[in-house]
Design a protein around this ligand. Structure first.
Ligand code: CO
Ligand code: CO
Length: 283
């Protein structure tokens, strides 16, 4: 125990009125920090691995998946395993085979028809294996572009059609966030979010939550966000701790001291998010 399917985690969150945090894993230190934080807060959490992180691991998706599955099994709290921002259907298929509970096919940069076709194709592979699919409609900016890249907005009627045609299990929406942002500068369109929650029958996902102020994040959850993706705040804390430790001891050789401090810094950030999302104490 306990690797739990993403759909189950999100459904329980919706029933309980809280959002489930999905935290991006880079290496084992990040993954352990997320699991330890979830255990300490008695909270569900999702470990998510992006296509970029798979590339960083020398294309070792199966290697990382084996480690994350083993890690989840060491903890009593429910942990999910999700593939984040895959642009390749092949990578989604590998994640499905490697035991992920859900995969995100990111074809949002394509036209509606091509985006829907890619999502439907992944659903066809994932659902027979009991794996959920997240897709994105409207573009959450900041990936590969400048931080302030203009994000488009998700149209509620199109979103409803997209979900009906593809059979996806969760929808990432563009409502004012951007990736690689920090500091609470994002202005969320909560009216649009409420409209999307009314029109779309599956859980909604907020990407780029690192740039959202606490109060806005709480409002977004109340307005219908079920899964909150956090990456940048984890990496800010990790890198700052690493830099601090290395600067404090320029003769250091053993990396465990600095990496250990970085892991603890990430644990603290994840714990804070689990309380903010309302999922602390629910597991
Ligand atoms: Co532990
Ligand atoms: Co994202």
């Amino acid at each position: 125990m306990t690797l739990v399917r993403t759909a189950v985690l999100l459904a329980e969150g919706r029933r309980g009125g809280y959002a489930v945090g999905a935290f991006n894993v880079i290496g084992l230190e990040h993954a352990q920090a997320i699991a330890e934080a979830a255990a300490a807060e008695r909270s569900p959490a999702i470990l998510q691995l992006s296509e970029n992180a798979v590339r960083y691991h020398l294309d070792g998706l199966e290697v990382v998946a084996a480690a994350l599955r083993a890690l989840a099994q060491r903890h009593a709290v429910p942990l999910g395993l999700h593939l984040d921002h895959a642009t390749s259907v092949t990578l989604c298929a590998r994640a499905i085979a490697a035991g992920f509970g859900s995969v995100m096919i990111d074809a949002a940069a394509l036209e509606f028809e091509a985006n829907a076709a890619a999502a439907a194709r992944v659903v066809g592979l994932a659902h027979p294996a009991g794996v959920g699919v997240e897709a994105e409609l409207g573009v959450v900016g900041g990936k590969g572009g400048p931080v302030d890249a203009v994000s488009s907005r998700t149209d509620p009627a199109l979103a409803r059609e997209f979900v009906a045609r593809t059979g996806i299990d969760a929808l990432a929406v563009a409502v004012g966030t951007s990736h690689r942002m920090a500091g609470g500068a994002a202005e969320l369109d909560l009216g649009l979010l409420r409209a999307l929650a009314r029109e779309v029958p599956v859980p909604l996902v907020l990407h780029g939550a690192s740039g959202v102020a606490d109060a806005q994040l709480r409002e977004a959850i109340a307005a219908g966000i079920a899964k909150v993706n956090v990456a940048t705040q984890l990496n800010l804390a990790f890198t700052a701790a690493l830099r601090r430790e290395l600067a404090a001891d320029p003769e250091a050789v053993d990396p465990r001291r600095s990496l250990g401090a970085a892991r603890e810094a990430v644990t603290d950030v994840v714990r804070r998010y689990l309380r903010l999302l309302g999922s602390a104490g629910r597991a």
